[in-house]
Design a protein around this ligand. Structure first.
Ligand SMILES: [Zn+2]
Ligand SMILES: [Zn+2]
Length: 335
C-alpha cells in the first residue's frame, strides 16, 4: 500500500511517499480501506516536530473514513464492507484512574492515531474495534472526515465551556474545528460571535450562523471586552488566550482545545482571572464525546465545508493549512 510517511522537518517536504505491506489485523483490530482522511492542525505540529516522543517514519492522519476490509479475531461489532471512522484516540489502558472515571482522554498510557501508531495518510490503517466509529452512509467520505477530530474535539470544548442557555459564546480563530463547533453551538440555540484574521473565514462564519463577526485587531479587542459568557480559542496563538479572557464576563470560562500553543504572554490576575474567570485546556476526547457529537451532527445536519486534494499532495495540503489558506477543512482523498 502507499503511505505518506514523516521523514523530514523541511517545510513542504515533510512527508515521503513509501510503499509498505498492508498490515494484518491482530486480535480485536479492524483493517480499514481508506477513502478520505482530514488534514488537522495536529498533523502539522507532528510533521514540524512540535510534539514530544515522535516516532520516525510515522504516517500521520486521524480523521479517517473508509470501509472495513478485514477484521481480527474477537471482533463482533464490525464486518467487512461496513462504513467506519478512525479518530485521534486510538486506544487506552482501561485500568488507570482516568479510564475508570470517564476521563479516558487523559489515560496515562493512551495511543494516538497518526502520532504513536500509523494513521490515515495511507491506503489502509488499523484501528481497535472499541475505538472505531460507525459512519452513516448519508454523508460522503470527504464530508464526514473532518467530523472525526475537528468536530469531536470542538464539541468537547463546547461542552466544557458551555454558556448558560441562550448565552453568548465567543469563537476565536476560524478553521476546521471552529466551523463545525459554530454549527453545533448555533444549532442548540447559542448566540455565537466569531473573531478571525481572515475575511474569507468571517464570510464563512456568517454563512454558517454566527450572529456577529469581528476582524482581529485593536478595535475588535476594545469592543469585545466583557462581551461573551464563555469562549473557545481555536487560533493557534498564545496571545489570543489573554484577549479571550478579557472578552468574557465575570464567571466566564475560556477553553483552549489545542495540542500545542506558542507562548502565552504574561497575564494580569485582575484583568484576566479575577471575578471567577477560568482558563482550561481540552485534551483529545473520550469515546462518549465522539458518539455524542456524531449523533448531534446528524440531528442538526452539521456539514463540513471541505477542500479536497489527492493523498500524494499531502505536503501541499499541510503547507496550505500552515499558511491559513484553507477555508473550512482540508481532506485528502485516497484511491
Ligand atoms: Zn488508562
Ligand atoms: Zn486532529
Amino acid at each position: 500500500m502507499k503511505v505518506m510517511a514523516h521523514r523530514r522537518r523541511t517545510e513542504g517536504d515533510w512527508l515521503v511517499e513509501e510503499e509498505r505491506d498492508i498490515p494484518g489485523p491482530g486480535r480485536g483490530e479492524v483493517l480499514v480501506r481508506i477513502e478520505a482522511c482530514g488534514v488537522c492542525r495536529t498533523d502539522l505540529h507532528i510533521v514540524e516536530g512540535d510534539l514530544p516522543d515522535m516516532v520516525p517514519g510515522i504516517v500521520p492522519g486521524h480523521e479517517v473514513v473508509g470501509a472495513v476490509e478485514q477484521v481480527g479475531k474477537g471482533v463482533s461489532h464490525f464486518a467487512r464492507g461496513d462504513r467506519a471512522g478512525i479518530m485521534w484516540l486510538h486506544g487506552t489502558c482501561g485500568r488507570c484512574q482516568y479510564c475508570l472515571s470517564g476521563r479516558e482522554n487523559l489515560c496515562r498510557s493512551k495511543e494516538f492515531t497518526g502520532y504513536t501508531v500509523d494513521g490515515g495518510y495511507a491506503q489502509f490503517a488499523l484501528a481497535r474495534e472499541g475505538f472505531l466509529l460507525p459512519i452513516s452512509h448519508s454523508m460522503g467520505a470527504v464530508e464526514a472526515a473532518p467530523l472525526l477530530c475537528s468536530g469531536i474535539i470542538g464539541y468537547r470544548a463546547l461542552k466544557m465551556a458551555m454558556p448558560p442557555p441562550g448565552g453568548r459564546l465567543g469563537i476565536f480563530g476560524f478553521g476546521g474545528s471552529a466551523h463545525l463547533t459554530l454549527q453545533a453551538a448555533s444549532g442548540i440555540g447559542l448566540d455565537v460571535g466569531v473573531v478571525s484574521r481572515g475575511d474569507a473565514h468571517l464570510d464563512l462564519a456568517k454563512r454558517l450562523g454566527a450572529s456577529e463577526v469581528w476582524k482581529s485587531g485593536p478595535k475588535a479587542w476594545k469592543e469585545l471586552a466583557g462581551r461573551f459568557d464563555t469562549a473557545i480559542v481555536f487560533a493557534p496563538a498564545g496571545e489570543v488566550v489573554s484577549l479571550a479572557l478579557e472578552s468574557v464576563k465575570p464567571g466566564g470560562r475560556v477553553a483552549v482545545p489545542a495540542v500545542h500553543l506558542d507562548r502565552v504572554p504574561e497575564m494580569s490576575y485582575r484583568e484576566h482571572l479575577f471575578r471567577e474567570k477560568s482558563l482550561f485546556s481540552v485534551e483529545a476526547n473520550t469515546r462518549a464525546d465522539a458518539h455524542e457529537f456524531l449523533a448531534l451532527a446528524s440531528r442538526l445536519g452539521i456539514r463540513s465545508e471541505t477542500e479536497s486534494i489527492p493523498l500524494a499532495q499531502a505536503n501541499e495540503g499541510l503547507r496550505r493549512l500552515k499558511h491559513g489558506k484553507v477555508n473550512g477543512a482540508e481532506v485528502l482523498t485516497v484511491t
